[in-house]
Write a protein that binds this ligand. Sequence first.
Ligand code: 6GU
Length: 226
Amino acid sequence: MRIDILTIFPEMFDGPFSHSIVKRAREKGLVDIHLHNIRDYATNKHRRVDDYPFGGGAGMVMMIEPVLNCINDLKNSREYDEIIFMTPDGELFDQPTANQFSTLKNIIMLCGHYKGIDERLREHVITREISIGDYVLSGGELAAAVVTDSIVRLLPGVLGDETSALSDSFQDGLLSPPVYTRPADYQGWKVPEILLSGHDRNIAEWRHEQSLDRTKKRRPGLLENQ
Ligand code: 6GU
């Protein structure tokens, strides 16, 4: 899978993409992530990427031209399945959406800034609009990093234990059960007896009950879609 990220702050991705799972996936060639600085596609003298909003008001608006130049450059080399705009007024990102994105071949993610992007880009170029939650970030970069991480860990061969992405919280619409490791007794804090029993079927049943219990208590809304 190839992911092209359009941003005015490419350095913001150095951290999230240079460690752990995403780093390893890139090294193994399981994902091809490219960062593009929108400013490099500005044709005006001062490499401006934003301008004042028509009709007045506070804040600046990202201009059509630099963004479109970059997108058209990419489109000339390959077909894109989705051109995603990261924006707090987009559709809420969730695990089913992550699963769906992980099946795509080429996607573009555009990180918004300032007051937003010129609406005509949204009308004519953008195919999906995604938000990662009901709160406002300074820009789409952190959201794009979140979405990228959630996609990459689902790609075949990325996680060592092939079943482990499937047992994540949310993957079956439920929260994960509690987990424990050694020691079995930490100064009187004991691991539930059943996990030490060796009865695989009983353990699986217990875990499922714990998952249901947790979901009921913490996120009852998730059970309505079961
Ligand atoms: Cl995608 N962008 C911004 N700026 N804020 C957000 C967001 C995205 N998702 C939640 N808040």
